[in-house]
Design a binder for this molecule. Structure first.
Ligand code: ZN
Ligand code: ZN
Length: 111
């Protein structure tokens, strides 16, 4: 773990294929000189890639999100909050995310 000079915990920031440590508090970035350390971070990100993607892309105000009729495979509930993710490329179809209002299970639907 690395800490910024402002005291905040640095988080890995991936841009242009390079991993850097970024401070979420003041925005300062620190490039890592150690290859082994960068590799370690990369492995960590790849390991939980799917899980992290869902969490990061989820809006914080899930309680106020619109709901729709969607079947949760986990608990069988039929109401889920949903939101659409705008993709950068217009060639790609937009992705709709659902989150079960009962158990919190989140899944995506490629529209
Ligand atoms: Zn900082
Ligand atoms: Zn559920």
């Amino acid at each position: 773990m690395q800490f910024c000079e402002c005291g905040a915990l640095l988080v890995p920031d991936k841009s242009n294929g390079k991993i850097r440590m970024r401070c979420p508090s003041c925005g300062k970035t620190i490039s890592s000189d150690s290859n082994s350390k960068a590799f370690e971070i990369r492995q960590k990100i790849r390991h939980s890639d799917l899980e992290k993607t869902v969490i990061i892309e989820s809006p914080n105000n899930i309680e106020t999100m619109p709901t729709t009729s969607a079947h949760c495979k986990k608990c069988g509930h039929n109401i889920a909050a949903y939101w659409e993710l705008q993709t950068r490329s217009s060639d790609e179809a937009s992705t709709t995310f659902y989150r079960c209002r009962k158990c919190g299970n989140t899944w995506r639907d490629y529209g």
